[in-house]
Design a protein around this ligand. Structure first.
Ligand SMILES: [Zn+2]
Length: 173
């Protein structure tokens, strides 16, 4: 590997260490010419198998670009998107597989996006899960507003016509 300081075309490994999660290796290297030290991280190449069968390298940028569209005009910052991209990659890598189906990426996006912004989540889920009817949205919103272990999080006027929320959730489910 090239020295990042003087561009000498070789470097010597001083030390290799497997990360605690077993998913990467850090190597401490030294340049034989300028003698400066640097660290490299070796990580498995994560690939995505598309529905067509085509395999391509996983791209965090593509994940962020897809989510950014769903977040248009929502209070979600670029930092939020970067963090979400990292969370999605971490979750996919945690499975320890070198190839993941493209559907798994969509699934991995849903939970962190839901925590970030419910509206952006609905936009993304409606495309990703191919919602076709209002019932599809109603059922998703019912789950958002009635999480299994907590009170609703939507503003009170969002369902003013429904005095008690629980029967609605039951009816939709
Ligand atoms: Zn050097």
């Amino acid at each position: 590997m090239f020295c990042p300081y003087c561009r000498h075309n070789d470097s010597r490994v001083l030390d290799s260490r497997v990360a605690d999660d077993g998913l990467s290796i850090r190597r401490r290297r030294q340049c034989p010419v300028c003698e400066r030290r640097f660290t490299t991280v070796e990580q498995m190449q994560l690939s995505v198998v598309k529905r067509s069968g085509v395999v391509e390298p996983f791209s965090r940028d593509k994940v962020v670009a897809g989510v950014r569209k769903a977040c248009k005009d929502r209070p979600v910052s670029e930092d939020d998107l970067v963090r979400l991209g990292r969370q999605v990659e971490d979750e996919l890598r945690a499975a320890g597989l070198c190839e993941v189906p493209s559907d798994a990426i969509g699934e991995a996006i849903l939970a962190p996006l839901c925590r970030l912004d419910a509206v952006a989540y609905l936009r993304f889920a409606s495309v990703y899960r191919h919602y076709e009817t209002l019932d599809d949205f109603a059922s998703e919103i019912a789950q958002l507003t009635h999480p299994p272990d907590g009170p609703g999080t939507m503003p009170d006027d969002s369902d003013a016509a429904v005095p008690d929320r629980r029967p609605l959730a039951a009816a939709v489910a």
